[in-house]
Design a protein around this ligand. Sequence first.
Ligand SMILES: Cc1cc2nc3c(=O)[nH]c(=O)nc-3n(C[C@H](O)[C@H](O)[C@H](O)COP(=O)(O)OP(=O)(O)OC[C@H]3O[C@@H](n4cnc5c(N)ncnc54)[C@H](O)[C@@H]3O)c2cc1C
Length: 506
Amino acid sequence: MQNKKTIVIIGGGVAGLSAGIYAEQNGFHAVILEKNPSVGGMCTGWFRRNFYLDGCIHWLTGTKEGTLLNEMWKNLDAFRSQEDILLLPSWGTYEYQGQSVTMWCDLDRAEKEWIAVSPVDKKMIRKFFKMVKDFIKVELPLDLPLSMIPLSRKLKLGLQVFSVWPSYLNTMFQTSAQFAKKFKSPGIRFALTKAQTGYGNLFSMIYSYATVAMGDGGVPKGGSKPMVERMKDKFIALGGSLRLNANVTSIFKEHGVAKGAKLVDDTIIKGDYVISCLDINYTIKKLLLNQYPLPSFEKRFNNPKRHPSPSCVMVHFAIKKDNNLPTPYSFDCPPFELGGETIEHLTIRSYSYDESFTRGSRTVLFIMLDQSNLNYPYWQALSKNRSAYLAKKKEIAEQVKTRIKAHLPHVGELELLDVSTPHTFKRYVNSTNGVFMSYTFTKRDSMYTHNGTLKGLKNFYLSGQWLQGPGGLPIAMTQGEFAIQRICKKERLNYIFTPILNKKKA
Ligand SMILES: Cc1cc2nc3c(=O)[nH]c(=O)nc-3n(C[C@H](O)[C@H](O)[C@H](O)COP(=O)(O)OP(=O)(O)OC[C@H]3O[C@@H](n4cnc5c(N)ncnc54)[C@H](O)[C@@H]3O)c2cc1C
């Protein structure tokens, strides 16, 4: 460890673990400070009544062999080989008033089935699937910060995008809901607005479907928690130091230079560089006492209506294992109120496809109810009254249970395992407004990225999913890597990664 410079990393989520591993691989010593008793942040899972409940991954970009992200996940031991990945046959089945369509990964099959369901929409269906197929051809250069992408790769990307330009133009400036209105079929309209949120832009939804359809959006066997535990093991094996239950209260700095982090017990952990991998608003306002404001984020944060971020209520049940239950599966249901939102559909996910979730003949059923940053004031107020908060959780579980039983009587007994709310995210990872991803691409707010530095504070870097919309695991992971690339650049060091990736980049 002698002569190595130390990087203090705040937060042991996916971004922090990624930064830690890349720091060690590039000749630094990394210390991760994580406030919780285990790593992973929002990428996590937990146990109830002996069932493993997953709280995160529904699809992970980067599961296709040969892609840059795939190499990066493997370098981090998120998964070690393709054997560790499960590919589901579809991106969901959507049923509205009895009419059902499936977003099969086999796009020709899906297109044919959709046309059979709604022949009158044939032209629009063809157009939709052409766009999905077009986006399969484009691989975004996610392994490098925008400013470090060499001209040759920018040109290559430019050519890829140019070859599918009409699809880009068509999707960037309309929402999925606007596009859905061009279809006559209520089932198709429902699918196009529920696969991802209807107010999100069409590009984002189609690109995501393309990712899953090409096999690049699988799930790691065993779920989220085992994945982050493997990353933790890799970090420690490389020589990294991990401090759990280490709640950071401020950034330690002297004369405009970040020199470490102060913990809740006033201990100072010193280093040559500091990377904060937390919620960006929490870092700026709490850890840095708003001394280095970021107007571009402040603008978004202060206008949640214009800049929505997703949140949810999660309900987990145990059910009898059933491989015939489509997953994920969305259907309309009698409406009920939740946090000021009207819920009119349920999206359920049965884990029958992964043996790790099975206990005897039973498995886990997961339901995700849409919320957003706009609903947080409701959850914040409710959480102050513990008995009312617990009663609300019970009530939600009952609302969901009744609707599933009515729609799917054959699933049998639903045994409640857990209910988590936006307040859970806030409590567990300090996420502002209880959201789980950064800002959604909308018609008015598309991709953004930030270089992670703050004017006036040297040797300090921001990282994590907030630095690039719309967030999610691949962004968290690459932003962790970017922070190390930036430090290497500052130290005039050659950034090292794996030989395979370097060959690909050439
Ligand atoms: C229900 C759900 C489903 C999701 N599904 C998917 C999916 O299918 N695909 C996908 O790509 N993404 C998905 N996501 C999003 C994904 O989980 C996040 O984008 C990602 O985990 C963010 O990682 P991060 O490291 O940037 O932040 P975080 O996970 O928030 O990590 C921040 C870490 O910092 C720690 N911390 C906070 N404050 C302090 C402090 N003061 N001191 C020390 N440590 C601190 C936290 O405990 C946490 O460990 C989902 C999330 C949820 C909740």
